[in-house]
Design a binder for this molecule. Structure first.
Ligand code: SAM
Ligand code: DTB
Ligand code: SF4
Length: 323
């Protein structure tokens, strides 16, 4: 049963249950609602990189930190479409375009993004964007252009949010998610672990997501990529056991969602990633880069899929899942 009335205590009980029980339960839920042999392969492209006015402590694209990322203006539409085409040929079924913006402005850049969305949609890919805050009208325009999903992460709990970002509020984030939902665009929202948050913060974030009026269709679980020059540069690497608890708890509380093993995969062995798939993750990002940081080699992913007998999932299957 889909539940949107989880209590924080229930989610905490799940998150803290003995690890092998937790994985077993999550794997059982996963098998009830999804084909465990299927993993969706997605590609990210940073269409506008760096120079962002926000102060997200994890982000190498914030203008105020000095990182190795240099700022670039919005890419040209034809370059983006060529890149989407390559991603499709390499086996991706979802293409996500990211922009280092605080919010979308109604200007020529937004018109260009709408053209990118139209073009990527025409390639038969699930087209996703992550552009910062949106107004209801902007969300509708993206929908009309053919946008399938919008990524807007809560990142952490409401309580810990101010320690990570001061230039916007948790309520701003939730407002954009509501605008996306109302426009009929599929919602992608998750977070990052390894930023110094407590287990209670992780549980709090999952509680907010799992008690939205409708669960997000997609929940990315990112392990912090600690980038030199950001305030979180010295954070120790997240342990696989923590990733597993997050993935499994997301899977159990939001059974229909695609749970995406997102940033941080480059630091994980094949065996560790296999455990994440067992615990209910059913999507990865492929390609040599995420937005600005390195990702797994495509040969690694190919071998992993062969070894684990995993098949790439077709586009637009989400709509069919209604168990
Ligand atoms: N500027 C838009 C925004 O913040 O919504 C879109 C792009 S932003 C880079 C998209 C997401 O990437 C963030 O919400 C965050 O969850 C994730 N992210 C950014 N830097 C990261 C890092 N160093 N490690 C893990 N995830 C990261
Ligand atoms: C998400 O949750 N993770 C992706 C995607 N949504 C946009 C981004 C990860 C970015 C990691 C840092 C970088 O490469 O810049
Ligand atoms: Fe800007 Fe997004 Fe990075 Fe925050 S996460 S600094 S909003 S690009």
């Amino acid at each position: 049963m889909l539940r949107t009335n989880w209590t924080p205590e229930e989610i905490a009980d799940i998150y803290h249950s003995p690890l092998l029980d937790l994985i077993y339960r999550a794997a059982t839920v996963h098998r009830t609602h999804h084909d465990p042999q299927e993993v969706q392969v997605c590609t990210l492209l940073s269409v506008k990189t760096g120079g962002c006015p926000e102060d997200c402590a994890y982000c190498p694209q914030a203008a105020r930190y000095s990182t190795s990322v240099s700022a670039h203006k919005l890419m040209e539409v034809d370059k983006v479409l060529a890149s989407a085409n390559r991603a499709r040929e390499a086996g991706s079924t979802r293409f996500c375009m990211g922009a280092a913006w605080r919010e979308v402005r109604d200007n020529r850049d937004f018109d260009k993004v709408l053209d990118m969305v139209k073009g990527v949609n025409a390639l038969g890919l699930e087209v996703c964007c992550t552009l910062g805050m949106l107004t209801p009208t902007q969300a509708e325009k993206l929908k009309e252009a053919g946008l399938y999903a919008y990524n807007h992460n809560l990142d952490t709990s409401e309580e810990y949010y101010d320690d990570i970002i001061t230039t916007r509020t948790y309520a701003d984030r939730l407002d954009t998610l509501e605008h996306v939902r109302k426009a009929g665009v599929s919602v992608c929202s998750g977070g990052i672990i390894g930023m110094g948050e407590t287990d209670a913060d992780r549980i709090g974030m999952l509680h907010t997501l799992a008690t939205l009026p409708e669960h997000p269709e997609s929940v990315p679980v990112n392990a912090l990529v600690a980038v030199e020059g950001t305030p979180l540069e010295d954070q120790p690497r997240v342990s696989v056991w923590d990733m597993l608890r997050m993935i499994a708890t997301a899977r159990i509380t939001m059974p229909h969602a695609m749970v995406r093993l997102s940033a941080g995969r480059v630091n994980m062995t094949m065996e560790e990633q296999a455990l994440c798939f067992l615990a209910g993750a059913n999507s990865i990002f492929s390609g040599e880069k995420l937005l600005t940081t390195p990702n797994n080699e495509s040969d690694f992913d190919k071998t992993m899929f062969q070894t684990l007998s995993i098949r790439p999932r077709a586009a637009f299957k989400e709509k069919e899942v209604a168990v």
